[in-house]
Design a protein around this ligand. Structure first.
Ligand code: GAP
Length: 485
């Protein structure tokens, strides 16, 4: 395993480093960069249009965020990278996009109605509410009172009403994880694709949890996205596949620019495992607020298909499941040689999109002190994740000839379908370079008066800041090279 249990940032040291502010300077190679705080990331996100507080004009909505013009691009690019790695580059995984609203029976048999709870404590003095496991000591963090209630379970699922009559019976849940609809679609996918074991079903989509204490920006929210794979395997091969997926997922995060030294594996102790899990290993990441879960990989054994299947008694289910009297489908697999029906085991790598977004942003954010003494903020995102792939910048604003040439280059690059290409008609090259460094644009293409004479432009590389003159006809291949396509 390539990963070692090491945290890259020493968080307490960062705050006190030489008595400087949290943006204390750290030397890496020939560049000086700063350690970043969550506030710095939040500020960049708002300033440059990555993430906004939801419903801000009405005071916001706690635990909800909106992704702005650049945020939506970065988020889509991260999801696409996951989909490519899971569905396109493998030959044993199918995709799915199931509904968010979920039949309560699904979440009854999955165990969520009974067990998807957090222990909640109320402060009788100021009426604030806290997660018992987040409290340090027996005092209210808000008013310091010791007059607290005993912990009681609080179910995290959001309910809503379906149809015109609100009679208390026609409610559904907003799914708390995307996984359950994968299990309920198991037979549909099997029938329409004729898959053999092992095979997987991948899904990306929203999940909703009424978190007691949403916090740390987009790290813990009440509406978030998950990228989940349910990989169905022969019982007995599950442990091998579990190890395979832990390794594969670490490599994937590293391909997204999350340095392996920022990651740590934590295997959950037996007593703390979720009700469905035989084994869980979390991939932890050194977020600005501390080392926390980025992705969980669980061996869910035959719990889920076993819970949702009809004919449970004939299937020799090993996990402890509720007796199912409602299911209309057998969620099992028939061995073609022996004709025996078995419930497959499932390995589940489950990653949060928003936490992934925060991690890649945190890794990429660098404040450099340049040799000339000036500072530059650069987001050195992997180019395939960059919200804008290239900026085309005419040297002079509103100059017809330059604008015409720049528009042609933009059109050519856009037609390559590599992502968003931006035409910057503002005329200030220095400001444009700074802005595009901050938002992680890997390539700037400057069109000047010489371009009109000899069909050459200046390419400027984000990370090295090196510039070179190339023929306009060479720009597409330069961009392709940068993106590795
Ligand atoms: N299907 C398994 C499952 O949902 P989980 O550990 O509860 O497992 C998986 O969630 C991932 O979803 C987490 O590793 C995290 O990245 C993300 N996630 C969970 N709760 C979240 C929240 N409130 N806000 C943002 N992301 C969350």
């Amino acid at each position: 395993m390539g990963l070692r249990a090491k945290q890259r940032y020493n968080f307490s040291e960062k705050k006190t480093n030489q008595g400087l502010s949290p943006s204390a300077l750290i030397r890496t190679g020939d560049k000086v960069v700063t350690a970043k705080t969550m506030d710095e990331l939040v500020s960049l996100c708002k300033r440059r249009g990555f993430v906004y507080q939801s419903n801000e004009i009405y005071g916001g909505l706690q635990g909800f965020y909106d992704y702005g013009p650049l945020g939506v691009e970065l988020k889509n690019n991260l999801k696409q990278a996951w989909w490519r790695a899971m569905v396109y580059e493998r030959d044993d995984i199918e995709g799915l996009d199931a509904s968010v609203l979920t039949n309560p029976k699904t979440l009854y048999y999955s165990g969520h109605e009974d067990t998807f709870t957090d222990p909640l404590i109320d402060c009788r003095s100021c009426n604030s509410r806290w997660r018992a496991d987040h409290l340090k000591g027996a005092k209210c963090p808000s008013c310091n009172s010791g007059d607290l209630t005993d912990p009681r379970p609080f179910n995290l699922m959001f309910k809503t009403n379906v149809g015109p009559v609100d009679d208390g019976k026609s409610f559904t849940y907003l799914r708390p994880e995307t996984a359950q609809q994968i299990f309920t679609n198991f037979k549909n996918v099997l029938d329409s694709t004729s898959r053999n074991l092992p095979f997987g079903i991948a899904q990306i989509g929203k999940a909703f949890r009424n978190e007691v204490t949403p916090r740390n920006f987009i790290f813990r929210t009440r509406e978030f996205e998950q990228m989940e794979l349910e990989f169905f395997v022969e019982p007995g091969t599950d442990e091998k596949w579990f190890d395979f997926w832990v390794e594969a997922r670490l490599k994937w995060w590293s391909d997204q620019g999350v340095d392996q030294s920022s990651l740590e594996l934590q295997t959950i102790e037996k007593e703390k495992l979720s009700h469905y899990s035989k084994k869980t290993t979390d991939i932890m990441y050194g977020f600005p607020h501390g080392l926390e879960e980025l992705e969980g990989i669980a061996n869910r054994a035959d719990f889920d298909l076993g819970s949702h299947t009809k004919g449970q008694a004939e299937l020799g289910i090993k996990s402890k499941v509720k007796k199912n009297t409602d299911s209309a489908m057998r969620l099992a697999f028939q061995n073609k040689q022996t004709n025996e029906w078995k419930v497959p085991y499932v390995i589940e790598p489950s990653a949060g999109v928003d936490r992934g977004f925060l991690a890649v942003l945190n890794e990429a954010y660098k404040l450099e002190r340049l040799p000339n003494g000036k500072e530059r903020l650069v987001l050195s995102l992997k180019p395939h994740l960059s919200p804008i792939k290239a900026a085309i910048i005419p040297l002079k604003r509103n100059h017809a000839g330059l604008l015409d040439e720049a528009s042609k280059i933009k059109k050519t690059l856009q037609s390559l379908q590599l992502g968003r290409i931006l035409l910057e008609n503002s005329g200030n090259i220095g400001k444009n370079y700074r802005r595009h460094d901050e938002v992680g644009t890997p390539l700037c293409v400057t069109v000047d008066f010489q371009s009109l004479e000899d069909q050459t432009v200046t390419l400027r590389d984000r990370d090295s800041m090196k510039q070179k003159r190339v023929l306009v006809s060479e720009v597409p291949s330069s961009l392709r090279d940068l993106l590795g396509t």
